[in-house]
Design a protein around this ligand. Structure first.
Ligand code: SF4
Ligand code: SF4
Length: 521
């Protein structure tokens, strides 16, 4: 007999034996890995890394068995706000500190993890040497170790995610997609390319997320690598100028953020238990918009500065600073002019943001031409290599790595995607102003339970739109589809296509449009 007299329902039940076993095995595997920090010099064979991966596989299998097997399909987000790990409790802080500390060592003190330049690795990194030698014929670097762990995390947590959402084909397909792109494009192909003495290249990384895509050393490396290198350079340009606009027009930013990108892949799989921690406040939305567009401007200015200094001495009739200044003046000036001319399309753009964008782009164009006419080397007053090392430290390492993943248990799983990723900023602008993608809502059916807002990892108050029967066209929406999956009333649909907007309009009774509010009874 239940002796609980509380009117708030029974107390949260504890984890099952198998779930505890899974978490315990994951902790043992991690301890086993970090024990190599104190072992010092080792000659590792495949046994160490195989045991590590086996322990993580057993941990995942045990957790899945306890949490999902033998239970009815359907999303189980039970007790998220009662568990220490998923409600910013002591365990969440411990995990956050551990992950942050790991990133600090990885970026700035790799020797403590066992990296030895010009000699055999020791410690943790030596554990990854056999796999690295097998794939690329060289000892492991800290980035190979990180890439392996990152891929293992996406694959194993991806399987767990698929069990959790096994009744939903959208999530099964998109999770298979991110697992494939991480394993093949981000991990195996770049390593095998190195074995073939070709440049390390991730074919799905796009500037400006791949912020060094047009750095001088990168261009030199690709142009000196024969036809394949030239193809890679052309591919990098085509990805940002052709592939991205076309796919985003048809599918919104989800084609990249939720189906392809490695950062999104980790957020969606390993980060899934923390998605409800995203800040839904209006203040967070305001900070998000300013921060992400500031990072986009900085990476654009930095790339122009780097290219400018690279072409400074060029006597090539086409690839020189004059043509660079003309090209970027046309691109930046054209974008600003479009925003001011096409008032209808950009009517929802914040007027202050519009003015700030105009001033910043004008200043950048003026600086380019001033440097052009005076022959000044430093486009942005500092040497380009200094600017890019600041960017690499502040954005590339600290923000995207240390904060972006280390703070999963405290700020949610999409902190980097939401506040810092310049690629998400570009895709978001396209999604908001030039895309067929939207989430349609059948406001009649909404019971205001708030599940959608709670589990939106990008902090979008989905319920606010659902209650009004308004389509959701938000720049930050990554199209993960979780809002739709957790809605008990089937209110939300992710749609793209020429007729979807009209279809959604027909099934709504309350329509809020610029011309006024219409009630169709
Ligand atoms: S609005 Fe829905 S689809 Fe978009 S990010 Fe939020 S939960 Fe994902
Ligand atoms: S989850 Fe569905 S029913 Fe609940 S508030 Fe959101 S749209 Fe409405």
């Amino acid at each position: 007999m239940d002796s609980n007299l509380s009117i708030t329902g029974p107390a949260a039940s504890t984890l099952s034996f198998w779930e505890k076993l899974g978490l315990g095995l994951a902790a043992i595997a991690t301890l086993y890995l970090f024990s190599f920090m104190w072992v010092g010099s080792i000659i590792s064979n495949f046994g160490d890394i195989s045991l590590l991966i086996l322990l993580y596989a057993m941990a995942t299998a045990s957790y899945i068995y306890g949490a999902y097997i033998g239970k009815s399909a359907g999303i189980k987000n039970d007790q998220n706000y009662f568990r220490s790990l998923t409600s910013r409790g002591a365990l969440a802080w411990a995990l956050g500190i551990f992950l942050t500390g790991f990133y600090v060592l990885l970026y700035w003190y790799p020797s403590t993890l066992g990296l030895v330049k010009n000699g055999p690795n020791t410690g943790i990194i030596a554990v990854f040497d056999p796999l690295s030698r097998f794939l690329k014929g060289q000892p492991a670097s800290q980035w190979f170790m990180y890439g392996t762990l990152y891929t293992v995390a996406i694959l194993f947590m991806g399987v767990k995610f698929m069990y959790k959402y096994r009744h939903n084909s959208y999530h099964l397909i998109r999770t298979t997609s991110v697992m494939f792109f991480q394993l093949a494009f981000a991990f195996l192909i770049p390593e095998i390319l190195q074995r073939l003495n070709q440049p390390y290249f991730d074919f799905k990384m796009i500037w400006p997320l791949d912020y060094y895509a047009f750095f001088d050393w990168r261009i030199e490396e690709l142009t000196s690598s024969g036809q394949l290198g030239i193809f890679m350079l052309v591919w990098s340009v085509a990805l940002i100028l052709i592939v991205t606009p076309i796919l985003t027009y048809f599918f919104g930013k989800r084609w990249y953020c939720s189906w392809v990108c490695g950062c999104g892949g980790l957020a969606e799989t390993a980060g899934d238990p923390f998605r409800h921690l995203s800040d839904k406040s209006l203040r967070a939305w305001q900070i998000e918009r300013w921060m992400i567009h500031a990072v986009l401007f900085i990476v654009t200015a930095m790339t122009i500065a780097v290219l400018h200094s690279y072409l400074y001495d060029s006597s090539d009739p086409i690839f020189n600073t004059t043509s660079l200044s003309i090209l970027f003046s046309v691109i930046l000036g054209g974008i600003v002019a479009w925003i001011y001319i096409d008032k209808e399309r950009f009517k929802s753009l914040d007027p202050i943001a519009k003015k700030v964008g105009l001033v910043l782009c004008s200043v950048l164009i003026l600086l380019m031409w001033e440097a052009q006419f005076t022959g000044r080397y430093n486009l942005l007053f500092f040497p380009a290599h200094q600017i890019r090392s600041w960017y690499g430290f502040l954005i590339g390492a600290t923000f995207s790595g240390v904060i972006g993943v280390g703070f999963y248990p405290l700020m949610g799983n999409r902190v980097w995607c939401r506040f810092g990723c310049p690629m998400a900023a570009i895709l978001g602008i396209q999604q908001k102003f030039f895309s067929k993608f939207r989430i349609t809502t059948n406001g009649n059916q909404c019971i205001s339970c708030g599940n959608c807002s709670t589990y939106c990892e990008m902090g979008i108050d989905v319920k606010w739109y659902a209650q009004r029967g308004q389509d959701i066209v938000r720049a930050s929406c990554v199209g993960c589809g979780i809002c739709s999956a957790v809605c008990p009333r089937g209110v939300l649909r992710l749609e793209n296509g020429p007729d979807t907007s009209q279809k959604a309009t027909e099934i709504r009774s309350l329509q809020i449009e610029p011309s006024g509010v219409k009630l169709d009874v």
